[in-house]
Design a protein around this ligand. Structure first.
Ligand code: ATP
Ligand code: ATP
Ligand code: MG
Ligand code: MG
Ligand code: MG
Ligand code: MG
Ligand code: MG
Length: 279
């Protein structure tokens, strides 16, 4: 590009590269979805179509960005996890967050009619999302992050299920239900649901209780062929081969089916059964 006397303005840009070798979590959240869900009459406490649409948009984001290894969604939020080896956009914070937010939003809006036929989107009630990136230094803390979101899902869902049952089935006013639930613990809410409404919270749908976890189906990696011993410097040819190996991994990840699951991700079992997700 030609140097002009205006070129200097470029130097006002601040670097925002995220620390190397760390897990990057980009969490997005719907802006003003309380109002938006009222306007389009989402079912309370859980609108299944709205959750399915969130999941469908997130699957497309996973397909678009093979550097993502797992995602977790609940309500109007989604967390997308980039592997520590990710080099997308040289790990620039702004580029990563804006790409996730706009790709997700584009698919969410593109698919809206499929999930809400007969409820066309109308300004000013257009879905938009904010986003942020947070880095985590090791997989244990990354797992604690995921656990934090799933615990949040459980606490909110138990509260919302009890509140809306008291209002919709119990005929209570919103204020009365809110007042009665103030200071209650989980056991109290379970008891209200069971003794007054015959609802066993355990029988609620897993998607509501556990949220949604997205990951790639296991993919087979061929071992890279190497004729050299480990202590030799890699040749140019080998470097190129490892680059093409990296491209191969990308392609495999891109091709691998993305699974949508509603399971416990707090206990070890989920991770031990699927070691490829964080590897
Ligand atoms: P902000 O812009 O600060 O995020 P918000 O109105 O989006 O504000 P959140 O705390 O993100 O507030 O909560 C999202 C709200 O959207 C929920 O409280 C709920 O009212 C509604 N909502 C989101 N998803 C669903 C769903 N699947 N079914 C019913 N309601 C939903
Ligand atoms: P990156 O993802 O790195 O931004 P890019 O392909 O979007 O890659 P840009 O430097 O952003 O590259 O350039 C945008 C390109 O899009 C232009 O070079 C041009 O080819 C095309 N383009 C954008 N707007 C128009 C337009 N109005 N008419 C014709 N071509 C356009
Ligand atoms: Mg928010
Ligand atoms: Mg929100
Ligand atoms: Mg939210
Ligand atoms: Mg560009
Ligand atoms: Mg461009």
């Amino acid at each position: 590009m030609a140097n002009s006397r205006f070129e200097y303005v470029k130097s006002f840009e601040q670097p925002d590269v995220l620390l190397p070798n760390t897990w990057i979590v980009v969490r997005i959240d719907g802006r003003g979805f309380h109002k938006l869900s009222d306007h389009y009459s989402f079912a309370k406490p859980n609108d299944r179509a709205a959750l399915d649409l969130m999941n469908a948009a997130a699957v497309e984001v996973m397909k678009d960005l093979p550097d993502l290894c797992i995602a977790y969604g609940v309500s109007d939020e989604y967390s997308f996890v980039f592997h520590p080896s990710c080099q997308l956009f040289e790990r620039r914070n702004g580029k990563l967050v804006t790409t996730i937010v706009s790709t997700f939003t584009a698919h969410y809006i593109y698919k809206w009619n499929q999930y809400f036929p007969g409820k066309p989107l109308q300004p000013p009630y257009l879905p938009s999302f904010d986003g942020r990136a947070v880095i985590y230094p090791n997989s244990q803390i990354l797992r604690d992050y995921m656990s934090w979101r799933q615990v949040d899902c459980h606490i909110n869902n138990l509260y919302n299920t009890t509140f809306w049952t008291m209002v919709l089935q119990g005929g209570m006013s919103n204020t009365d239900a809110e007042q009665e639930l103030k200071g209650t613990v989980s056991a109290d809410k379970n008891e209200i649901l069971f003794s007054r409404f015959g609802i066993n919270y355990n029988n609620e749908l897993e998607i509501y209780k556990k949220g949604s976890v997205l990951y790639r189906q296991q993919y087979e990696l061929e071992e890279p062929k190497s004729t050299k011993s480990a202590d030799e410097e890699p040749s140019v040819a080998q470097t190129q081969q490892s680059r093409s190996q990296q491209d191969k991994i990308r392609k495999l990840r891109r091709k691998a089916q993305v699974v949508v699951d509603h399971v416990d991700i707090i206990k070890d079992e989920f991770w031990e059964k699927r070691p490829w997700i964080l590897s």
